[in-house]
Design a binder for this molecule. Structure first.
Ligand SMILES: [Fe+2]
Length: 339
């Protein structure tokens, strides 16, 4: 084939390919506290469907501060993060735009969205009690309140009270029992600790396995992750997963979620990505990669998660919980939980 003919043929192939992708393929910049392994599978499907390229900026810390410093010049279109603490922080930092999108609002229950539209939940994470198999009587009837019962003295393990997961739970307790009630509760839990709070959620389960304590607090998905880990499977096998407060208000749920950048340079693509993340297909993928609960109504949890059984969730809106975070930090200091 003549060189020029060959070029023409190649060009026609290129144009042929271009014709099946959207004519205005754009890009979207995502700041993510969530690991690439969790979010990249979603971005791949989004890009295949829309042609929009996703530029992922991942960091474990400092993304909200970075966007804040960048101000109006920030390239951040979308922020992905876990925990209501971080989502509320993004709002407070002024880096979140209000988004009231009919498709998203119809998919994600209001309990998991900011009333001002500045953050939107995507997946649910339950703060469960891990109870030593065979060492806790009537474990399935446990409540968060029971963790302060003197009969569990020296039998409880938790991570630092300052961690966002613990602050979220305490903020919910403030809503249910008032600041004084929540403070008395936290002091009771502190008095029951087997040792000074340290380590992450998984290491509390390890402590149960080692016999240091009988009850630990942790997020539910760690149980599934430990089952899949050759070293940690024995830790998980040593505990039952208890969804607390099933006879009354239900278990405390926190969320992972998304934020539209206040100065998003690719706003249309950002909203398209956010609509995609709330879609049925993305909710199935997102929830299954990390063992989290899809927040979209009608999307089933992964089979691994369903094996933990059905349970009731505390209907308290995350925004209501979030307002007590400052008080929760104060109380944690006042009772010297970590000391
Ligand atoms: Fe976590």
């Amino acid at each position: 084939m003549h060189f020029r003919t060959k070029i023409a043929a190649l060009l026609s192939i290129a144009f042929g390919v271009a014709a099946v992708t959207p004519s205005v393929a754009g890009e979207v910049n995502v700041y993510s506290y969530r690991q690439p392994v969790l979010v990249q599978p979603l971005f791949d499907v989004f890009t295949a469907e829309t042609g929009h390229k996703v530029n992922l900026i991942f960091a474990e810390k400092g993304l909200i501060e970075r966007a804040q410093q960048e101000g109006r010049l920030s390239p951040m279109d979308v922020l992905l993060t876990v925990d209501i603490g971080r989502l509320a922080q993004a709002k407070e930092a002024g880096i979140a735009a209000a988004l009231h999108d009919p498709a998203i609002d119809a998919s994600i229950p209001a309990q998991y969205r900011d009333p001002d539209g500045q953050w939107i939940g995507l997946t649910g994470r339950i703060r469960v009690i891990f109870a030593a198999k065979g060492r806790v009587a009537a474990a399935k009837d446990l409540t968060y309140e029971a963790l302060a019962d003197p009969k569990y003295k020296g039998r409880i393990c938790t991570r630092s009270g300052k961690h966002v997961y613990q602050i979220g739970l305490l903020a919910a307790m403030i809503n249910h029992h008032g600041a004084d009630g929540a403070k008395a509760w936290l002091a009771g839990v502190r008095d029951n600790l087997a040792h000074k709070p340290s380590g992450n959620d998984r290491s509390q389960v390890k402590s149960v396995w080692q016999g240091e304590c009988d009850l630990a607090l942790g997020n539910h998905y760690y149980y599934l992750q430990m089952l899949d880990d050759p070293e940690q499977k024995v830790w998980a096998d040593a505990v039952d997963v208890i969804f607390p407060n099933q006879a009354d208000r239900g278990a405390h749920a926190n969320i992972s979620g998304m934020v539209l950048g206040a100065f998003a340079p690719h706003k249309a693509e950002a909203i398209a990505l956010m609509q995609f993340l709330a879609s049925e297909k993305a909710q199935e993928i997102y929830a299954s990669v990390n063992g989290e609960y899809p927040l979209r109504k009608g999307v089933a949890a992964s089979p691994a998660l369903q094996s933990l059984g059905a349970f009731k969730i505390d209907p308290l809106p995350l925004d209501t919980i979030s307002r007590e975070r400052g008080q929760a930090v104060l109380i944690t200091d006042e009772v010297r939980y970590d000391h």
